[in-house]
Design a binder for this molecule. Sequence first.
Ligand SMILES: NC(=O)c1ccc[n+]([C@@H]2O[C@H](COP(=O)([O-])OP(=O)(O)OC[C@H]3O[C@@H](n4cnc5c(N)ncnc54)[C@H](OP(=O)(O)O)[C@@H]3O)[C@@H](O)[C@H]2O)c1
Length: 234
Amino acid sequence: MGTRQIIVVGGSHGIGAGIVRRCLEMGAEVTAFSRTPGETAGLTGVRHHTVDVVNGEIDPSVLPDVIDGLVYCPGTINLGPLRAVKEAQLKEDFDVNVLGAVRTLQASLQGLKRSGNASVVMFSTIAAATGLPMHTCVAAAKGAIEALTRTWAAELSPKVRVNAIAPALTDTPLAEKFLDSDEKRGAMAAKYPLARIGAVDDIAAAAAYLLSTESSWVTGQVLGVDGGMSSIRK
Ligand SMILES: NC(=O)c1ccc[n+]([C@@H]2O[C@H](COP(=O)([O-])OP(=O)(O)OC[C@H]3O[C@@H](n4cnc5c(N)ncnc54)[C@H](OP(=O)(O)O)[C@@H]3O)[C@@H](O)[C@H]2O)c1
């Protein structure tokens, strides 16, 4: 068996960068796509390609022939009350979270099928299964991702597994505006049964499990990695 080949879209920063590092630790080679090279492009075992998955296309000729894992990380946290939601914002969130994921999976499909043992990891949010105020745009987009996770898991089984991770607030560039003072960090941490916000590695560890053969009987699932927020009342 050759070296496992993993595609990470959005591997330059945040959770995706953590996943790239985990994949390298597992001995895999990574083909990474993002708009900027970021933290991981220069690492041994990573081939980085610049692309905007909303306005551009992944060039199929740079993909490995056999793809053992695919992770799609681009996402949004645009919050606001229903009365103020603009159609343009809804569409933009749908483009980044959903259409980019559909295009990426389409471009990778043949390579994933060639593996015979491939795993796809999508990203949802706690706000898809748990109703939270102010989350119209993100809930709409990530609700679609959760439904697509099950649809694709059905359509691509048994050769390709498809799962999603639903994080709660995690310390990344995307979440910076909610965590830019000690007061905000403390207030956010206090909301969680496990008394802290998420770290990149909490989520990357879950992705590593879903990418590995340890999860070879798991498909069509949405895994909450959320400090207990989605299922526990204190
Ligand atoms: N952080 C949280 O609190 C949280 C909570 C719930 C769910 N999530 C979900 O978890 C996932 C990862 O979140 P994160 O916090 O790690 O996000 P992040 O810090 O914004 O990182 C996103 C990654 O995607 C890339 N990217 C964004 N737009 C892109 C585009 N149009 N084309 C190509 N690459 C693009 C970014 O790189 P470039 O900028 O270089 O392109 C970056 O590498 C997202 O789907 C998010 O919705 C996060």
